[in-house]
Ligand binder design. Structure first.
Ligand code: CTP
Ligand code: CA
Length: 226
């Protein structure tokens, strides 16, 4: 249940949220990925839908249920996440929230057949993936864009730097060096930065943090700052 946000604060607003990990294929049976559970993005989707928004989740492979009333576009790779997100924004988007843990690199090519082992070592050649959040923020018709930054040191410095470089309206920083918080956990603690201010939320459940974030987004999202 959403207690922290007045019902209807996002009525009529369209949100697109990326969530979960991406999977970058090596061969037909193997991939590079990460431990993202998707919980933070799904919690924001749930809180936003309860606040009256129409919500599209562009989601990598996760094993958690889809919140009621939320539309999901399933994707696997970073390139699919970019294409699906651009399409969802084309269809109309007031607020874009990127919570996905996108693989920064993918194998240069996918082997057509399962790779057999041979020598004692092997090298995998990787190339940079496209940045979905930066691409959406760079659109001339950019929605209010919110990024996440998982950092282990100098959290404020790296997070505000990411906000400026990617031209974001808001960034949610979490210090993933604290045990039991953030990645793959039910709980989180974050500091939210926007060009004119900042606030800390938690430690609390991801749903409680999502409610506070949705309330903050509702307060600020009428002013796209770029
Ligand atoms: N992001 C994205 N597409 C990518 C990489 C990141 O949309 N290819 C988004 C994430 O969903 C997150 C934000 O950008 O909202 C920051 O991700 P992060 O990994 O912290 O930043 P990077 O720019 O990849 O920098 P680095 O990993 O080097 O710290
Ligand atoms: Ca990254």
């Amino acid at each position: 249940a959403v207690g922290a946000i007045p019902a209807g604060v996002l009525a009529g607003k369209r949100l697109v949220i990326t969530a979960g990990p991406t999977r970058e294929p090596i061969d037909p049976v193997r991939y590079i990925s990460n431990h993202s559970s998707g919980k933070m993005g799904y919690a924001i989707a749930e809180a936003a839908a309860q606040a009256g928004a129409s919500v599209t989740l562009v989601s990598g492979p996760v094993s958690i249920p889809v919140p009621e009333g939320v539309q999901v576009v399933p994707v696997e790779t970073a390139e699919e996440m970019l294409a699906a997100s651009q399409k969802a924004v084309d269809e109309g988007c007031d607020v874009f929230v990127a919570t996905a843990a996108v693989a920064d690199y993918r194998p240069e090519s996918q082997a057509a057949n399962k790779i057999k082992k041979s020598s004692e070592s092997m090298n995998l050649s990787l190339v940079r993936n496209p940045d979905t959040l930066a691409s959406v923020a760079a659109r001339p018709d950019a929605p209010f864009t919110v990024g996440f930054a998982a950092e282990t040191s100098d959290v404020e410095h790296y997070a505000t730097d990411k906000m400026r470089r990617k031209k974001l309206d808001m960034i949610v920083a979490n210090d993933v060096s604290s045990p039991g918080l953030g990645f793959n956990s039910d709980r989180n603690a974050v500091t939210v930065f926007w060009p004119q201010g900042q606030t800390s939320i938690g430690p609390d459940t991801k749903l409680a943090i999502a409610e506070r974030l949705v309330a903050l987004i509702a307060q600020h999202s009428d002013k796209v700052t770029h």
